[in-house]
Design a binder for this molecule. Sequence first.
Ligand code: CA
Length: 225
Amino acid sequence: MRILVVEDEHKIANSIKKGLEQESYAVDVAYDGTDGYDLAASEDYDVIILDLMLPGIDGWEICRRLRESNNHTPVLMLTARGQLEEKLKGFRLGADDYLTKPFAFLELLARVKALNRRPKNTISTILSTGGLTLDTNTFEVKRDRIIINLSRKEFALLEYLLRHQGKILTKDQIIGNVWNYDADILPNTVEVYIGYLRNKIDKPFKKKKELIQTIRGFGYKISTR
Ligand code: CA
């Protein structure tokens, strides 16, 4: 799961980022509206956490532009206490939920999870290929009905591969979606995690086709062919 935080108060932005990363989300932060809009419009996020009062482009305008360009990524607005008119305007422009500052991190987390559960583009909660299933709600992974235990990062990597099954994904795409752009990761981190996943979802099922494939010089894909 990948989240964008657009918030000009560095302290708030960084504490949201830190908290969400501990929950294994990949998090990008923009500290002004212009960067926020550029990232929101060009990258693929599962949820956008959007402050309203921002330098550059304000939160309402970001929301309006995204919806106008047919981007329906769930938006959680951060509003000041008691500003009913702000909230109503946000909803009118296409926001999905709001949270009043100051808020408890656990409440933010609950709302992010709830937004993520909403069907968008009719994505099912179960992703599958070749006898392998991954349930994004229960976090259960099985192959041929045998339960497979994955770490959070392995789960996030497998989910990303499955959401794009049949497509070759480059290391940079994988890093950007499963980790995040400025995370401190080593050049071979993706390879290492692909290895962990193979050991769990392919190696124990010797009679079955290997699902994770290396496309030398390009990247990886998950596919039954
Ligand atoms: Ca602000």
